[in-house]
Design a protein around this ligand. Structure first.
Ligand SMILES: C=C(O[C@H]1C=CC=C(C(=O)O)[C@@H]1O)C(=O)O
Length: 514
């Protein structure tokens, strides 16, 4: 039996999760049979020591498994790490809905609020639903073919670890009054055991560490260790892969034309983005990329969403909205300058940014629009008089944190749907900016600059704007970045700015070559 096998780890034996879950399941099944209810999704949560290393290793094993399956396989896997350093890894789906069309957020909301959840815990457990969405509901094009306009997901397994080390395992699964509890228990137990062992096995340091080693082999290999995440070797022969820019000249022409129209007073602001495609270094695993992103950009949301044949990965500095117990927080992020070689240079550069008329105007457009959008749905809105600094490893931004109190019944998703797309990624007026973007970018943004994050049926949740992101598809990595264009924008400067932003993910990919 799995629980009798010693899995040697640096921390806690991850198999304890199976026993904790099993005991909770037994209690749940008993209560459910005593108090039969309608069909719905059962929610079980147990306290569990979820090791960070094990999470990365499980992700590595899952990536390997998904790469070996059909290219269209869109099995749900989400990694999410927030600015408070809570890390979440979810696998599988109890409920998943992919939505196309402009009513996508309403459709997702209906799924979340309309799914009956069964829990006997007090207070009731309100599990995280993950949601990811494209920048625009549009015909998807390369490299986003087959990706939905939005996807909402109630994971089957969610492993969570907070910064203070507290961890939980949450399981969601369909039940009905006629459920065969014995069978269900066996099925879930076997699934969880496989996941736990896949995570442990991905760290086995035997002869080059093959993450594909199966759970069964891991059981046999009693030496299994959940130790270091040394990962696959990166081909040092390709320092930056075959770098290929999809049209620098095209981008600068688009900026020039847009700035001219803005200077003529046709509209106020538009954010133009571009894509750069690079070759994925052979042997590079996503867990390494996520670790590198977290180390480099600790004050960002680090994420990985698995979708049809690809992974959407990034480290976003911008919170679209957070709702927690009625408190709302929204980031306004716009206005960018490079980080200097040392603190003094960084401060001097930030002072330039702070005093730049163009950047302050670009920033203020976002603050005004966000404040106006929130005014009608929040009971109270607080806006600092001046922007402050959001400093990242490679860039610095003007940042205003808007706070408020939500009116009853308004959810994090409602606010995200209203705010998206903010002028930090679209422009002002919104409809004109969206037309300019569609006409000038000549690419599909896909999920870049869309809202990604989580919500619960009780209305809490947190969404980031999916910036500093890349789509990992086959051996290609498609990186995305944009810049806010104003009437006095200089094409070469905006190109440089997007280049700095593209480096966020590129540097994490190639850091092994530094
Ligand atoms: C559109 C992006 O950044 C936004 C967020 C911060 C600063 C921005 C800027 O200065 O243009 C953008 O509004 C991106 O990273 O692709």
């Amino acid at each position: 039996m799995a629980e009798q096998v010693m899995i040697r780890t640096q921390g806690t034996n991850p198999l304890h999760m199976v026993d904790a879950f099993d005991a909770a399941f037994e209690r749940f099944a008993l209560q459910a049979q005593l108090a039969p209810r309608e069909a719905g999704v059962a929610v079980l949560r147990v306290t569990a020591a979820v090791e960070e290393t094990w999470m990365y290793q499980l992700l590595r094993a899952l990536e390997k498994r998904l790469a070996a399956s059909a290219p269209s396989t869109d099995e749900a896997v989400v990694y999410w790490r927030d600015v408070d350093d809570t890390r979440v890894l979810s696998v599988g789906a109890a409920v998943v809905k992919q939505v196309m069309g402009p009513e996508r957020f309403e459709a997702c909301r209906a799924v979340v609020l309309g799914t009956p959840l069964l829990t006997f815990d007090q207070p009731a457990v309100s599990p995280r639903w993950f949601l990811g969405a494209a920048f625009a509901a549009a015909n998807r094009a390369h490299p986003w073919e087959a990706w939905p306009d939005a996807q909402v997901l109630l994971p089957r397994w969610t492993f969570e670890r907070r910064a203070d080390g507290e961890g939980t395992l949450t399981s969601c699964f369909q039940v009905d009054p006629a459920a065969n509890w014995t069978e269900l228990r066996e099925t879930l137990r076997a699934e969880l055991t496989t996941l736990v062992l896949q995570g442990a096995a991905a760290g086995v340091p035997k002869g080059g560490s093959d993450p594909a080693v199966s759970a069964r082999e891991a059981l046999d290999a009693r030496e299994a260790s959940a130790g270091s995440v040394s990962g696959g070797a990166i081909d040092r022969g390709h320092p930056e892969g075959a770098k290929q820019y999809d049209g620098d000249k095209h981008y600068m022409d688009a900026v020039a034309k847009t700035a001219e129209e803005i200077a003529q007073g046709q509209y106020t602001k538009a954010v133009l983005a571009r894509r750069a495609t690079t070759v994925r270094p052979p042997g590079l695993t996503l867990d390494k990329v996520l670790q590198a992103l977290t180390n480099r950009y600790p004050n960002t949301f680090v994420y990985a969403f698995h979708g049809p044949g690809a992974w959407f990965v990034g480290a976003s500095p911008e919170r679209l909205v957070r709702v927690e117990a009625g408190q709302v927080t929204v980031d306004c992020l716009a206005g960018t300058v490079a980080t200097g070689a040392d603190d003094a240079e960084s401060e001097a550069l930030f002072a330039q940014l702070f005093n730049s008329r163009k950047d302050r105007a670009e920033h203020q457009v976002v603050v005004r629009s966000v404040t106006e959008t929130l005014a009608s749905v929040l009971a109270e809105v607080n806006v600092p008089a001046e922007p402050s600094l959001k400093k990242l490893q490679n860039v610095q931004h003007l940042w205003t944190e808007v706070r408020g109190r939500v009116r009853p019944g308004v959810t994090a998703l409602d606010l995200a749907a209203r705010l998206h797309p903010t002028p930090a990624v679209a422009g002002v007026p919104r409809d004109v900016a969206l037309q300019v973007i569609a006409a000038r970018e000549s690419m599909d943004r896909g999920w870049y600059a869309g809202p990604i994050g989580w919500l619960t049926a009780s209305g809490d949740g947190e969404f980031a704007v999916a910036l500093r992101s890349a789509l990992f598809k086959g051996d290609a990595v498609h990186l995305y970045a944009g810049a806010g264009i104003m009437g006095d924008s200089q094409p070469a400067a905006e190109l440089r700015e997007t280049e700095l932003k593209l480096q966020a993910v590129r540097n994490a990919i190639f850091e092994e070559h530094a």
